[in-house]
Structures are given as C-alpha cells and as structure tokens.
Design a protein around this ligand. Structure first.
Ligand code: NIG
Ligand code: FE
Length: 416
C-alpha cells in the first residue's frame, strides 16, 4: 500500500536513466515534469509521470492507501548535505561577535577560540546530552528539506572524545528517519597538549584512533583538515593511507585558507570529495579533471567568514562536476539550511538555479556515496522528497532566499 501524490505542478529532478553525477554543461540541465503524479510504496519511489497518463485503470492497479493533492506545488528530491559537523556541544556566538569586530578566523583560533573551544565544550558534555543537542539540529534540517546528511567527528581530538562523537552519530543513524553517513575527522586541529608536536598527534590518530574507530565500525569516511596552520599534505597522505587499510574512504577539507596541496593529496588517494576549495587555481582544476573526486563547495562558510568565493563558474566551465553542502558547524557555518546554500551558490558563485539544484541533490548524493539510492526522482530510489508551498517555478526556491517554502517532508515514504 502506498502514497499517491497528484496534480503536482512540477516534479523536479526526474531521471529515466539515472546518472551517478552530472559534470560541466550537463549541470545546467534539469529534468522536470509539469502536471505530474508520484507514487511511493514500501519506502521507495515506485512510479511517476504525467497526470494525463494516470488513467483510471492505472489508479486501480496502484495500491493506494493515502492520497495528497499537490496542486500549485512542486516536489523536489530531498537535499543531500554531504558535509556537516552538526554533532557539537554548545555554540560559539561570542566568537561571532569577535568576528564582527574584525578578528580573523586565525586570530580567533590563536585566542583559544575556534575548533579547540568546541573541543573543550564537547569534552565537558556527556554522550546523552550531546545526542540530545544534536537531535535538535537533525530535526531542524529535516524540516528544512534535508533527507541525507554526512556528519563528521573532529571536536574530540582525543581517543575517548572522538569515539563519543562517533557513537552519537551512530545513534542518530539508528534513530533518525533521514540517511546518515559518518566521517572520522580526528585530524581537524592539533589539540593543546600536542602544540608544536603535530607529528606526534598524527601518530596518535594513525596508531590509536583509526584502529579503534574501525573496530567499532563507527565511520564510513575519513577526513583531514589539510590547510595552512592545520595539517600538511604529508600528514594527510599518512592518515589517508592508514585509513585505507580499514576501507575508510577519504573526503578532504582542502584549500579553504591557502593553496594547501589538499586537492592534490585527495585526488592521489581517490578521495570521494575535496571540500571548501576557496583557494582553487588552474592547477587544482586540472588535477580534478577526469577523476572520481567531487569538488564540493560550502558557500555558507565562505559567506559567514568573509572568505573569497570558490571559483564555481570556472570549475563548471572546465567540465568539472560541483556539489554543494552546508558545512553546518558552530564556528564557520552555523546553518544547515540547504535552500539558503542554493541561494548563495546562485547569488555569490554565479551558479544557475539548475546547476545549484543538481549540486544539492545528485552531486551531493555522489559526494557521500549515495547517488544510487538518493538525489533524484527515479524508480526504486528511496522515497525522500519534499513538497513545496504553492510557488510559481523551481527557480523561485533559490530566488526567494529568505522564505520558508517547504510544506511537507516525506522520508522513506512517510510524511514527517
Ligand atoms: O569546515 N575548516 C575546518 N573546519 C570547519 C570549521 C569548524 C569550526 O570552526 O568549528 C569548517 O569550516
Ligand atoms: Fe567542514
């Protein structure tokens, strides 16, 4: 028995022959069916098409339990947010104030703010409390249209606290209705005890943390903050090699603050994605061409930190795919609003609405290893979708950047 949604003004991002990602010029192509129906059964998309093809006879064949009239409304596949740090303790609005006064991300970090500040708060917070705080954000992003999310550790920075974070992510995976992927980011910052002994901290990540994380099967991916003042490409390569022994697939924080070599290190180890990329030149674009690594842009953090915008146009025009994610975290992007991310991509990065929609659905699904099952409206894919309020066009979504336009969220075929 399933759910039939009829009279849909526009069913967006439909695929007859599903692709795992879209690159270059293809990014400006977005399939949409106007005056459509969609049938969801057993948590999956089981049929869709034009209303005119939904004949009375066919309706009888569909085992309909519930029926929704979506007149005037659009349906999108749920957003896939392939880069977040949404498991964290407390918040950091005092640093926000310092930032407003003109202090840089680096200066704030030097004053004991930044990632180390979140690590301290996380250390003082119990696993249960951390889970409760994180679930508030999970419920929030679900209501904002996200149906699959990647969540990183990296505010632990010691074995026990990293495991605490990853166990919380596992609990979210088991209890929340959206799809969750976990990333181990032990190399997010060098903790205080290892100041001037970065190599020793990398040893700890490799020799103690990675084996423990793998033993409990707590992570799908492994990440390193490969940037100026954090970890070098050499550290990154050592960590990725150690992770690969346990089948941890790389996803890298690269080139946010400098031409760090992170893109090259990521591609060398077949990273699923390299993320941030504010500092991307011809050499990085060339390195990414013809690879399976998804360049992932995080316009929320570039906006919040006042960083230069990543050259999205140049990347797409060079034939690369681009994914977009929120980077939801307390320091550089305290928002998991993927609709706003789309708006920023259009307004600041000059991506077309079609490109932005592809980047928050199929390409971000790819960036978390989910494009076979998520990221588009295709037969047999997971029934994660949202129905908008009445809007004139799909372009209206990134255009009306401050409006809440999501009416109904459906995950695994169930109205949330
Ligand atoms: O992706 N760049 C590194 N890490 C986060 C920031 C985390 C923080 O400031 O707490 C990011 O922007
Ligand atoms: Fe990040």
């Amino acid at each position: 028995m399933g759910l039939l949604i009829r009279n849909i003004k526009g069913l967006v991002q439909t695929e007859d022959n599903p692709k795992i990602r879209v690159c270059g010029k293809e990014m400006a192509v977005l399939n949409a069916i106007s005056d459509a129906y969609l049938f969801l059964e057993n948590g999956l998309i089981s049929d869709f098409g034009y209303m005119r093809d939904l004949k009375k006879a066919a309706i009888k064949q569909l085992r309909i339990k519930d029926d929704i009239d979506a007149s005037g409304k659009f349906i999108f596949p749920s957003f896939c947010d392939s880069h977040t740090h949404l498991v964290y303790a407390g918040s950091r609005e005092t640093e926000f104030k310092d930032k407003v006064k003109g202090l840089s991300y680096k200066e704030i970090a030097k004053r004991g703010g930044g990632i180390l500040n979140s690590a301290k708060k996380l250390h003082e917070t119990s696993e249960d409390e951390l889970f409760e705080q994180s679930m508030v954000r999970i419920d929030e992003i679900i209501s904002l249209g996200t149906g699959a999310v990647e969540i990183k550790s990296g505010y632990g920075l010691n074995l026990n606290d990293e495991l605490k974070m990853l166990r919380v992510i596992k609990r979210i995976k088991e209890s929340a209705p959206l799809e969750v992927k976990a990333t181990f980011l032990g190399a997010h910052a060098v903790p205080e005890e290892f100041r001037n002994k970065r190599g020793k901290y990398v040893d700890l990540v490799i020799n103690e943390m990675i084996p423990a994380v793998a033993a409990e099967q707590l992570a799908d991916f492994i990440d390193v903050f490969c940037d100026r003042g954090f970890f070098t490409p050499e550290d990154t390569e050592r960590i990725l090699m150690a992770g690969l022994k346990y089948d941890l697939i790389p996803k890298i924080h690269a080139n946010e603050l400098d031409f760090s070599g992170g893109v090259q290190a990521g591609v060398k180890y077949n990273a699923l994605s390299v993320d941030h990329l504010e500092m991307t030149g011809d050499s990085e674009i060339k390195t990414l061409k013809e690879t399976g690594t998804m360049p992932t842009l995080l316009p929320g953090s570039a906006f919040f930190l006042g960083l230069p915008d990543p050259p999205a146009r140049k990347m797409i025009d060079a034939g690369l795919p681009v994914a977009l994610a929120s980077d939801y975290n307390p320091g550089s992007s305290p928002s998991g609003n993927m609709k706003l991310v789309m708006s920023l991509a259009c307004i600041k990065l000059k991506m077309l609405p079609e490109e932005a929609i592809n980047a928050v659905t199929i390409n971000s699904a790819y960036a978390m290893g989910l494009s076979d099952t998520h990221g588009s409206i295709a037969m047999g894919k997971v029934a994660n979708i949202f129905i908008t309020k009445e809007i004139p066009s799909y372009e209206f979504m990134p255009y009306a950047f401050g409006s809440d336009l999501i009416d109904t969220v459906i995950l695994k075929g169930k109205v949330i």
